[in-house]
Design a protein around this ligand. Structure first.
Ligand code: HGY
Ligand code: MN
Ligand code: MN
Length: 414
C-alpha cells in the first residue's frame, strides 16, 4: 500500500499561522468564543474549503469540513480553543494534522478518493463546559446548558454564543453511519515519551474526571480585635479541608490518580480582615471510576466533620459535568501502531492519557483512537509548552499513514 506523503513545510506553516491568532509571547490566549477563537475558526473553515471540503461553523462553534467523496469516512481533528494561559500546540496540533491529512491523501492518486472529514471542536478547555463541542456533536449536552453554564468571570454561555454570532445557528450532529471512526492527534502534555525516548504514543485509555466546588461561609471581621476563639474564619476551614484531602486521598489513590485544587477565591482578600467567604475547586482524575468514587466519599466525610463543629458552613456541589473514563478502539490502535512502527521502528508505545480529550466523548458514538507526540519537558497548559519540529512532522506522517490504512480497510481495500 502506498503511503501518502505529508508536506512538512505546509504543515508547520499552518501551525505557526494558527499560533499567531491570539499569540502572547510563546503561548496563545484563544479562549472559546473569544474574538481570537472565532477568527481562528473562520480561518480554519477557509482552509478546509481550500482543501476541497464542504466547511461549516455550527451553532456551538464546531468547525466541520466534510469530504465530497463517497464511502466510509474517517473524522480527524481536535480543538482550537485554548486554556487562559495556553500552549500553542494543545488542540491546535490535532486540528492542523487533520487538515494536512486531507491534503496529503488528496494529493496521492492511490488515496485521492478516500473520504476524510476534518473537525475543530469548541470549548474542549472547559471555559463553559469541558468538551462542549464534542458533547454537542454527539447529542450529550445537558438541556438548558446555555443558561446554566457560566465562565470564571460570570459570563453566561448563552451570551457568549450570541456575542460570537452563533445564536440560532444550526448545530451539527454526528452522522454515525458515515464514519469508520475518529482519530485525534495531540501532544502528550506529559513527560513519558520524552523520558522513554519514544516518538509516538498510541493511546489506550483516557482518564475520567470529576470536580467539586466548596463554598465556605463564616463571618468577616477585624483581624486585630477579633480573638481567635470568637472567629468564624472561612479560610481556616478551607486550609483544614485542603490539608486533610492531601492526607487522606493518597491512602486510596491508584498509581495514576491525580487531584488538583488550583482555583480558589477569598473575600475580601485583605491582610487585616478575617475572611468571611471563600470558595475552592477540587478536580480529580483516574482511568477508572473506583478511586473517583472513593474520593467523593472521603470529601463527604471531611465536610460533615468540619461542619459539625459549627462556625463556618461548607457547601459542596459538583463543579462541572463529570467526564467518564474511556478506552480507545483496539482496531484503530493497531492501524496507528503499524504506521508508527513503519516510520519510527521501536520508538512508539501504548500509553494512557492523563488529560481528557474530545476523543473520549466521540468514543461513545464512534470507534475512536488517539496518537501522541512528545512534549518538551512534559510541559503543557503553560506558555512554555512546545514540541520539536521533527516530532511534529513525524507524528503527522504517522497519522496520514494510519488514516490511509483505516480508510482502505473500511472501504474494501480501495
Ligand atoms: O485538562 C485537560 O485534560 C485538557 O487538556 N483540557
Ligand atoms: Mn487539548
Ligand atoms: Mn488542554
Amino acid at each position: 500500500m502506498t503511503v501518502p506523503r505529508i508536506n512538512p513545510e505546509r504543515l508547520l506553516a499552518d501551525l505557526r499561522f494558527l499560533r499567531g491568532i491570539g499569540a502572547q509571547g510563546k503561548g496563545v490566549v484563544r479562549p472559546a468564543f473569544s474574538a481570537k477563537d472565532m477568527e481562528a475558526r473562520r480561518w480554519l473553515k477557509q482552509r478546509y474549503q481550500e482543501a476541497g471540503l464542504e466547511a461549516t461553523i455550527d451553532g456551538v462553534g464546531n468547525v466541520l469540513g466534510r469530504s465530497r467523496h463517497p464511502g466510509k469516512a474517517l473524522l480527524v481533528g481536535s480543538h482550537s480553543d485554548t486554556q487562559p494561559t495556553g500552549g500553542w500546540l494543545d488542540g491546535a496540533l490535532g486540528v492542523i494534522y487533520g487538515l494536512e491529512v486531507v491534503r496529503a491523501l488528496t494529493a496521492d492518486s492511490a488515496t485521492r478518493m478516500l473520504p476524510v472529514d476534518a473537525v475543530s471542536f469548541q470549548d474542549e478547555e472547559s471555559r463553559f463546559v469541558g468538551c462542549l463541542g464534542s458533547r454537542s456533536l454527539t447529542g450529550t449536552l445537558a438541556p438548558g446548558v446555555e443558561q446554566a453554564a457560566v465562565d470564571n468571570s460570570g459570563v453566561m454561555l448563552a451570551d457568549a454564543l450570541r456575542d460570537a454570532g452563533l445564536a440560532g445557528v444550526p448545530r451539527q450532529r454526528l452522522a454515525r453511519e458515515r464514519y469508520a471512526g475518529f482519530v485525534e492527534a495531540h501532544i502528550e502534555q506529559g513527560p513519558n515519551l520524552e523520558d522513554t525516548g519514544r516518538k509516538i504514543g498510541v493511546v489506550s485509555s483516557i482518564v475520567g474526571l470529576r470536580g467539586i466546588r466548596f463554598v465556605f461561609r463564616g463571618q468577616q471581621n477585624h483581624a486585630g480585635t477579633t480573638m481567635m476563639d470568637r472567629r468564624r474564619d472561612a479560610t481556616t476551614a478551607l486550609y483544614e479541608l485542603a490539608y486533610r484531602i492531601n492526607q487522606e486521598f493518597p491512602k486510596v489513590a491508584g498509581e495514576r490518580t491525580v487531584w488538583t485544587m488550583g482555583r480558589l477565591r477569598v473575600e475580601p482578600n485583605a491582610t487585616s480582615i478575617v475572611p468571611g467567604y471563600a470558595d475552592l475547586d477540587l478536580q480529580f482524575r483516574d482511568a477508572s471510576e473506583a478511586p473517583l468514587d472513593a474520593f467523593e466519599k472521603i470529601v463527604a466525610r471531611l465536610v460533615a466533620e468540619i461542619n459539625a463543629r459549627g462556625g463556618v458552613a461548607i457547601e459542596a456541589t459538583p463543579a462541572r459535568a463529570p467526564i467518564p473514563p474511556t478506552r480507545m478502539d483496539a482496531g484503530l490502535q493497531e492501524h496507528i501502531a503499524r504506521a508508527a512502527e513503519r516510520h519510527a521502528p521501536g520508538k512508539w508505545q501504548h500509553m494512557p492519557s492523563g488529560a481528557f480529550h474530545d476523543a473520549g466523548f466521540i468514543s461513545a458514538s464512534l470507534p475512536s483512537a488517539m496518537l501522541f507526540i512528545p512534549s518538551i519537558g512534559g510541559i503543557s497548559h503553560d506558555f512554555a509548552e512546545d514540541s520539536r519540529d521533527e516530532d511534529i512532522v513525524l507524528g503527522c506522517q504517522v497519522l496520514a499513514d494510519a488514516a490511509a490504512s483505516i480508510l482502505a480497510a473500511a472501504n474494501g481495500g480501495r
